[in-house]
Design a protein around this ligand. Structure first.
Ligand code: FES
Length: 156
């Protein structure tokens, strides 16, 4: 379904005067198309009568929203305080090196995307990594090597 149709299908479920519809609308649109396009944000802004920069400001506050198309494997590395203490920076460097992408980007061939998040909500299992919907708790360097090898093999 085209982005325009997606947004038009979702918006009428919400009352334009109720600004608290913003987050659920963004969630629904992202669920349908995988990320939020500029076009979608503009349409939502018009509907709710909210400035576009206000919407970006709100969305940026939540880790869950993406503004770029995710790769086939979307890797999230937690960089919250606990995960940081358990070596998340080293893991991030290693992932960037192995997947040849920088955090916040998607590989040209769309096989991988990498995102830094503030907390994956499993601090007692730090360091935590998430690939698509799968959580990897207490990741060791060996685990990381294995995870990266697996996702590379699956997209070859
Ligand atoms: S700090 Fe990493 S899961 Fe909370």
């Amino acid at each position: 379904m085209h982005m325009e149709e997606i947004v038009e299908k979702i918006l009428p479920r919400y009352t334009p005067e109720k600004k608290d519809g913003l987050i659920p609308i963004l969630q629904e649109v992202q669920k349908e198309q995988g990320y939020l396009t500029e076009e979608a944000v503009e349409k939502i802004g018009k509907y709710l009568n909210l400035p576009v920069n206000k919407i970006y400001g709100v969305a940026a506050f939540y880790d869950q929203f993406r503004f770029r198309r995710a790769g086939h494997f979307h890797v999230q590395i937690c960089h919250g305080t606990t995960c940081h203490l358990f070596g998340a920076s080293t893991y991030l460097n290693e992932i960037e090196k192995q997947l040849k992408i920088k955090a916040g980007s998607t590989s040209r061939d769309r096989r991988f995307s990498l995102e830094i998040v503030n907390c994956l909500g499993a601090c007692n299992q730090a360091p935590v990594l998430k690939v698509n919907d799968t959580y990897y708790p207490m990741v060791t360097p060996d685990d990381l090597t294995r995870i990266i090898r697996t996702i590379k093999e699956k997209t070859e």
